[in-house]
Ligand binder design. Structure first.
Ligand code: SF4
Length: 419
């Protein structure tokens, strides 16, 4: 076990903020080079202004007192942590110490975002949430840059940071890491942060990270994977060893961004087994490069009277990109070409123009985000036909829930692949 001679401890509340617009745009889910305009620009500026006035960002960094790699464990100040990826980085770089870093956007933005959601302002909510995420990223970069500056002056180099919840580091170790961080030396811990039993932090917009420290700077030149610069957006750095290439977002950020668009723990009106079957058997989706999509849902039912004639309808749905929350842009419902079953519905027999006009005209949730289907209070109806409005609404609800379910499953699968 090694005690370290050199040592650093930094803490600040209200550090200077310089969230780069391109980083914010990326977190909002737009492609590289995208320029915000119109309503999106207004919402972004509103979030930035609100945070400038009310946000309380902070950071804390301290070098560990002791550090040791033993077997699969990384001992920091005597406490064991297990992360294969971090351990391998530290070993390859022959790290002699680590620096513990905590940064946070403060609880204020989170509380305000919650209020906006409760006030049914999902766009305002989303832009503020993502701005707070951008603040956390910025604080991590800025703190890293301070550490790099200090390390270079002591002929050392800082390694890429790593956090619980990243691949190969169980988030369950986060409470222990937080406890360690709070063992401050001269500086008090700058903010009130708690860890839940699940390992998640409260406030959510908080990041704990470990940065390795090495004297072997020449190793970094040979092993580029040990250089943090490729994922560091700090522009004015004089020590940069590699050009900045946008690194993939941390898992936590990816999950946060996804879940604010599609609620993973959605309470659907029908059971998930049925949704799974419908997603596989009845739904086809064509997802475009910008994340927008065209979906077709095939509905097979029977008329309630007239001897239960089979009928088939197509629901065509066009959703905007996920970066905008999958807004429902277009929707249309009609019998498939050649279907005759619908002509046996009671209301069709009574007045075909009126019934088919209603089916054609009705566009529930039009313009809303897909997630809105989860809070859409509609009458449940078991009727297989389209004769009354409640049965038509019920079917639209099933269509949107199936698309929602399919997209959540798709995103979870992508996330698992990225791990
Ligand atoms: S560019 Fe590299 S050396 Fe400079 S602050 Fe970022 S990580 Fe450190």
């Amino acid at each position: 076990m090694r005690e370290v001679a050199e040592s650093i401890e930094l803490a600040s509340t209200l550090p200077e903020l310089n969230v780069l617009p391109e980083e914010y745009v990326r977190l909002l889910g737009y492609p590289r080079g995208f320029v915000l305009e119109g309503r999106a620009l207004d919402l972004a500026e509103q979030a930035r202004d609100w945070y400038a006035e009310n946000g309380r960002p902070w950071f804390y960094a301290r070098q560990a007192e002791t550090f040791e790699l033993a077997g699969d464990s990384i001992y920091i100040d005597g406490l064991p942590f297990v992360s294969k990826r971090l351990e391998s980085t530290l070993r390859q770089a022959e790290a002699h110490s680590v620096i513990l870093v905590a940064v946070g956007a403060g609880p204020e933005a989170e509380e305000e975002a919650r209020r906006r959601w409760a006030d049914e302002k999902p766009d305002e909510y989303f832009f503020l949430e993502m701005y707070a995420s951008a603040v956390v990223e910025h604080l991590t970069t800025a703190t890293g840059a301070r550490l790099c500056d200090w390390a270079e002056q002591h002929e050392m180099a800082v390694l890429p940071h790593y956090s619980p919840g990243y691949p190969e580091w169980d988030v369950a170790e986060q409470p222990q890491l937080l406890e360690l961080m709070k063992r401050t030396r001269r500086e008090p811990f700058p903010s009130c942060v708690d860890a839940l039993d699940s390992g998640m932090l409260r406030p959510r917009k908080t990041l704990l990270a470990v940065f390795g420290l090495t004297h072997h700077t020449e190793r970094l030149r040979r092993l580029t994977g040990l250089v943090p610069c490729e994922s560091c957006s700090f522009g004015p750095c004089q020590y940069r060893r590699a050009p900045y290439r946008r690194a993939p977002r941390s898992n936590t950020e990816q999950v946060t961004a996804r879940m604010t668009v599609l609620d993973e723990d959605a309470e659907y009106s029908v059971n998930r087994k049925a949704l799974k079957r419908w997603a596989e058997e009845r739904l086809s989706m064509d997802i475009h490069q910008d994340g927008s999509l065209d979906a077709v849902f095939r509905y097979d039912g029977t008329t309630c009277t007239n001897m239960g004639r089979p009928l088939t309808f197509h629901y065509n749905v066009k959703l905007g990109p996920r970066s905008e929350g999958y807004p429902i842009r277009e929707q249309h419902c009609a019998p498939v070409p050649g279907d005759t079953g619908h002509t046996f519905m009671c209301q069709y027999i009574e007045d075909p123009t009126r019934l088919m006009g209603s089916i054609d005209r009705e566009k529930p949730l039009h313009g809303e985000r897909l997630n809105a289907v989860l809070s859409w209070r509609r009458e449940l109806s078991g009727a297989g036909c389209f004769c009354d409005a409640s049965s038509r609404n019920h079917k639209w609800g099933l269509v949107f829930e199936t698309i929602h379910y399919a997209l959540v499953q798709r995103e979870l699968a992508q996330e698992a692949e990225e791990r």
